[in-house]
Ligand binder design. Structure first.
Ligand SMILES: C[S@@+](CC[C@H](N)C(=O)[O-])C[C@H]1O[C@@H](n2cnc3c(N)ncnc32)[C@H](O)[C@@H]1O
Length: 385
């Protein structure tokens, strides 16, 4: 196990040196320098770890990343701390100080968030190296908790108040999108949802795969949809679907009936979590608007209402959705920076942008969508958040 090489006094010294001298792209030179004084195996492990810590800053922040231990897969699959903290806070708010077993805890991203929220954590991980990283991470961050090497499916979970699982969504190094291909398998995961549980799944989970009496919460962070969390038992919030937008924490759960109407002065583009949760009409309600088309996730309104749930664009004019007309518009307006948004039409924004050949000092947003059977385009101005 390469990780254990870094935990003894010599390993820690080499790791500290590797981390302080680390610069992306300079790995080979760093290995060469450290090799003059230290054993090859420990140097390779230290430089690899330094590079993983550098990459981990985006997920865990500089302060924690500098103290944590990773495996390449473990870092790739770990939950970013913003999202883990949000989930852990919800568990702790409902069941303060509860005992939580994390089945398939990886390097412990979620375990750390749960321990910090005051939950009593036990991690189960089948890969010994990954489990060692999780254990080392709790210790390095001064958190209590236990990590055991084992098969999630063989655990007796009855002694814990909450079961948490973030099943592996990778096979042979590739991302798995079908929930039936998770490990531990969906058959096992869906049984956990008969207890008080929280299960993290990919945001593409079909709505009809979520068992009755379980809440699915789609979560985005800085506008990017990260996951859906399934909540059951005492953690069920009494609603089938929810969207939560981090870092602010705005959350919606009810969708009023959809109303369709003509384009207003503004177009609102709902956050991806709201769209995935099927709660677009909540945005319409929040801004006093309606949908451009019942099947498409664009809201329109005459009022400019600040909402965390959507990006807002002021409509300048409606344009014919024909390449020649659009190219003439780009040229006439001197548009050099062209943002293209689309929903409901089969167009690749990057390809269309290239074909429209933007050149000039002006900037604009083009929203391409479908109303009924017709494709339409709107020239817009993005309203800053
Ligand atoms: C997506 S990762 C967990 C990431 C973790 N939540 C975090 O934030 O760091 C899933 C983990 O489950 C482990 N795993 C998969 N099947 C398992 C099983 N049957 N028993 C125990 N662990 C398993 C994998 O080795 C992997 O480390």
């Amino acid at each position: 196990m390469t990780l254990t090489l870094l935990l003894d006094p010599i390993g820690s010294t080499v790791l500290a040196e590797a981390c302080s001298a680390y610069a992306p792209g300079g790995e080979l030179k760093l290995v060469e320098q450290l090799r003059r004084r230290y054993d090859a195996a420990v140097v390779t492990a230290a430089v690899t770890q330094a590079s993983l810590r550098h990459r981990a800053v985006a997920k865990f922040g500089a302060e924690d990343a500098a103290r944590m231990y990773f495996t390449p897969d473990g870092l790739e699959q770990a939950t970013r701390s913003t999202v883990g903290t949000h989930r852990a806070a919800r568990i702790a708010a409902t069941l303060p100080g509860a005992s939580v077993v994390d089945l398939g805890c990886g390097i412990g991203g979620d375990l750390i968030s749960a321990a910090r929220a005051g939950l009593r954590v036990t991690g189960v991980e089948r890969d010994p190296e990954t489990a060692a990283a999780a254990r080392a991470n709790l210790a390095a961050l001064g958190l209590a908790g236990e990590v055991v090497v084992g098969d999630a499916e063989a655990q007796d979970v009855t002694q814990y108040e909450v079961v948490f699982a973030d099943p592996a969504r990778r096979a042979d190094g590739r991302r798995v999108f079908d929930h039936n291909a998770y490990s531990p398998p969906w058959s096992f995961i869906s049984e956990l949802l008969e207890r008080t549980a929280c299960v993290k799944v990919a945001p593409g989970i079909p709505h009809d795969a979520v068992p009755a009496g379980v809440e699915a919460e789609w979560v985005s962070d800085a506008g990017e949809v990260k996951e859906a969390a399934l909540w059951s038992g005492k953690l069920y919030g009494g609603t089938a679907r929810r969207a939560t937008l981090l870092p602010g924490g705005a959350t919606v759960a009810a969708a009023p009936e959809a109303v369709e109407g003509p384009v207003g002065r503004y177009i609102y583009e709902p956050d991806g979590a709201v769209v995935r949760a099927g709660l677009v009409t909540a945005v319409a309600e929040a801004v006093g608007g309606w949908l451009l088309d019942l099947r498409i996730a664009y809201v329109t309104a005459d009022a400019l209402v600040a909402t965390p749930l959507a990006s807002v664009y002021e409509v300048i004019e409606e344009l014919p959705y024909r390449e020649k007309a659009l190219r003439a518009w780009v040229r006439a307006q001197g548009i050099g920076t062209l943002e293209i948004k689309k929903r409901g039409v089969d167009v690749d924004p990057a390809v269309l942008r290239k074909r429209l050949a933007p050149k000039g000092a002006a900037s604009a947003t083009l929203i391409v969508t479908r109303i009924g059977r017709d494709a339409v385009a709107y020239s817009c101005r993005r309203i800053p958040a």
